[in-house]
Design a protein around this ligand. Structure first.
Ligand SMILES: C[S@@+](CC[C@H](N)C(=O)[O-])C[C@H]1O[C@@H](n2cnc3c(N)ncnc32)[C@H](O)[C@@H]1O
Length: 254
């Protein structure tokens, strides 16, 4: 169900950091932070002007990035996710603007980095809002600054002709699958969890999947140009077998 906190209301926020997803493993967080800190501290950015994280959530990345000495400001729709961030050591020191990262403006810019990780670009459910997000990222950046996105490669190759469902968790107590509309690029993830008493709880999140080439066009519309594209945070090559990409677009120095 959607409320003022979007699809990340209190119940989701409370459980968010207990996820078993690989994104929460310490080594994955460390690789992410290393990549972002290196980019933020490039000498040509004259000491760096910090980062703005779109959809900062509970600070999974923002807190360790701030600990590395990169000041971070967040934009976040969900007050419940921000409450979880605030409850962590260092969380009170992170500035957060409550709003939609497609349009809201963070204090403290211009920034060296705008960051949008963990598939969150897909949480904007229309092409128009995804384009607006690129324009908003560009508006937050200093010349030479970079917009970094981490997002999955759409999994359409897993769908046999005539079908539209990809399961991605199959029990024993969690079933999860995505239903794709390959005409509109709309999709919805459905999660069904079984409690110990046998009761089922379900949650559905709509998203818009998006290809790397379409993201490059959105960047171009926003006046940004592709600087790097990797298959992961350890700078693995991006190939036809990559399941995700980390893409970096730069705001040109006039
Ligand atoms: C998958 S979580 C990622 C959180 C954090 N960046 C991380 O990597 O753990 C997505 C976050 O983006 C927020 N979000 C989704 N759409 C948003 C929007 N349009 N504007 C601001 N925040 C949004 C959600 O509330 C949620 O906290």
């Amino acid at each position: 169900m959607i409320d003022d906190d979007g699809y990340f209301g209190e119940q989701v926020a409370k459980r968010y950091d207990a996820s078993t997803d690989s994104e929460f493993r310490p080594e994955v967080v460390a690789r992410t932070v290393d990549f972002l800190a290196d980019l933020a501290e490039r000498p040509e950015l004259a000491g760096g002007a910090g980062a703005v994280e779109f959809g900062i959530g509970t600070g999974r990345i923002a807190l360790p990035l701030a600990e590395r000495g990169v000041p971070v400001h967040g934009i976040e729709l969900s007050r419940a996710m921000v409450a979880e961030l605030r409850a962590k050591p260092g969380g009170e020191a992170i500035g957060v603007t409550i709003g939609d990262f497609a349009t809201a403006r963070a204090d403290g810019g211009p920034f060296s980095l705008a960051v949008l990780v963990f598939n969150t670009i897909m949480n904007l459910p229309t092409q128009e809002r995804q384009v607006a997000c690129f324009r908003n990222a560009a508006a937050h950046l200093a010349p030479g600054g970079c917009f970094v996105i981490e997002v999955m490669v759409p999994e359409l190759r897993k769908i046999p002709l005539g079908q539209n469902i990809v399961p991605f968790a199959t029990g024993p107590t969690t079933y999860a699958y995505t239903v794709y509309d390959t005409v509109t690029q709309d999709a919805t993830c459905h999660y069904i969890n079984l409690a110990a008493d046998g009761r089922a709880e379900s949650r559905s999140i709509p998203f818009r999947y998006v290809w790397p080439a379409e993201l490059d066009l959105m960047a171009q519309l926003a006046g940004l140009r592709l600087r790097e594209r990797w298959g992961g945070w350890a700078r693995e090559p991006f190939t036809e077998a990559s399941r995700q990409h980390v893409s970096v677009w730069e705001k040109p120095v006039e």
